[in-house]
Design a protein. Sequence first.
Length: 753
Amino acid sequence: MNQRTDTTPIPALSAQARHTFLQLETAVSHLRSRKASIFLAQARKQIEDADGTPLAEEILKGASELCHLNWALILPYFHTLKKLPSERDIIAPWTRLARKLAGQDIDVALTFVEQTPVALDNRGIDGLFTWGNLASEALEQAETRAEIWKAVKSYLEEAGACQYGYTLSRWRFFLHQAVRISKVSPAAAEAFIQHGNRMCLLLTDAETARWVEDGLDPCRSEPERVNFFSGTSLKALESRDGLATGVALKDRSQTLALICEAALGHPVKIQSNTALVGHKGFTGGAATDGHTIFLPDTVPTFSLLKLMALHQAMLLHAPDLPEKPDKAPFDPTPIHLDADRRLLKKLPGLIAAMEQTSGPDLPANYPRAFEKTVTPTLSWWGDILPELISQTSATFSEIKEKTAETYGDVPPELVEALLATMMAEGERDSDALWQMFREMLDNMVFDSPDMEELQENVKTFFYKEWDRNLSDYKLDWCLVRQRSPDDSPNDFVEKLRDDLHGLITLLRRQFLKLKPERFKKYRAQPSGDALDIDALVQAMVDKRTGSFLSENVYVRRDKRIRDVAVLFLLDLSGSTEETVNDRRVVDIQKEAMALMAEALNSLGDPYAIYGFSSEGRFRVDLFSVKDFGEAYDQTVQYRLGNLEPLGLTRMGAVIRHAVHKLEGVSATIKLLVILTDGRPYDLEYGNLEYATADTGKAIREAKRARIHPFIITSDQKGAEYLREISSDTQSIVLPSVDSLPTLLPALYKRLTL
């Protein structure tokens, strides 16, 4: 386009404005006529609005400079300027920073301009410029733009919105780590900025740097690195747990819950405070929303963690705990002092722990010594968040009212327990909570698992869980959701049949040999349902020769039926995304199951296939690939092919549901085969000892039900925790997961002979 798109005279504009407009025309001359016309019409309106304002010269000058770099910056530039304070000492440096970023990377500069209003609201003027300059620093540190621009773009979005409550100095450190990661994998660097940095809430900077070093292991493939740095792989979790110093909440939450319950006289829910990141007033310490106690993931000592928990327990029943947001700042000191007074009245011996924890900051005669003086903030106090408390209270009331109207008499303790858990995990929107709550109640079974009473696509069941600290079960603790996997067409099984035709044919022949005859003949029997001619002739010969006449001249036919049923459980945790010899673990497991299905179809043993994954105790998912009695048809094959890695591994609830399924099958021998690539792990599943204790308890429950479990794991550390789960349970640690497809049929033959 060699001439102006809009030839209408623009006498209403100043000379500088007309000059800027003409520059914009030149900048979009390469665009299609319609696209250029739309852009210029919008840009002209913005120029008209800016022209004649006190800062017109600065604004139009900035637009002229940016249009030389990229025309796409112009409209976001004008839109953002309207949301900035009208001060020259802000507009000018902000424009210079935008221009500097545009010279480094246009995509990053565009994100900076668009996200500026959000960053200004959350970071203030000073923080705004630091936020932008950190992006420029990261671009300068990288060797090439291609390495880091996506990670820097994500940083501007996350840090501008003040995600996770990180300070900008903390973000500077994370960006430095992202630059390190980007030299090996730009995609992993982006994943780290978007999600993986949350894994480092437990870690110091030095520990975080070591965690990053673990993720950069040259032996890892690109998908493995991305999973590691997004925080979704088991290796990432294990590496983080191995580096974190101090006392971890996940290891002591059950003990703390018991201590608080003893102090209050009723159960208390304790949750990681990471769910509160971003809430107004939250500084990263202990807090409560009026129903749940939130504690840091790690603290230096258990004594401090215990004080935090008990102090928040007292706040749960504080008579003057503010439940409405107050525009004017309030002094939380009297509330904290009152909580400690009531705590020491119940447990006077805690004063020694307070003195030891606070050191010289705790004067004598605490807390009475501070009736009329200013008290220093003590490490176990934490935050009082009126807005959070008010919001939580209002949401509880609203959903309780809706529940009563919709469902009638639902136990209030159940409503409170479910709501507290969902909100503690981070969901605070009342509409979203009500939708989740309705779905849960619509499918809930209160007495015992009974699938025939449920007509919904997603069927839900409550199961107990063993708590090794309590030496007892937590009843109705886990919600298992049985659902069908995606059955959209795919060629996974068909392609496997083509690639492994010879192996499949061999397996079918081998398994056909296991198939018994319908009737077996026993010859020369004293009774039966037909004469054995050979035996009868021999008897007559014996009689003629004077020998004893034998009565064993009949044929008896005994019916023999193979009576074996098996249920396969496939681990679909996020770590199965990792690759072995360029194949994902989940695909190797799927291949093994496809081979088993081909073999079992020739044998005739009834079998079921389920995939499993979890995300907390109310989200334990079992995906019904094939149920007992269901044909291994195209739909089942599509389901198997569509299985993908998902979340975590809450093994106990999964095994209990599998036992429930097997108990409904009539068979003399019942097998439960579990294929997994790692140890039991899930949100709020306690430490490894807690998880293995519950899994072991579920295994023993299966054995009491005359079900034979067999665990197959590719985790080379599996031998250690398999002994903890159940020392007498049959299991195998694969030398390599690659061997699973050929090894599984052989194992099955050995188990059922």
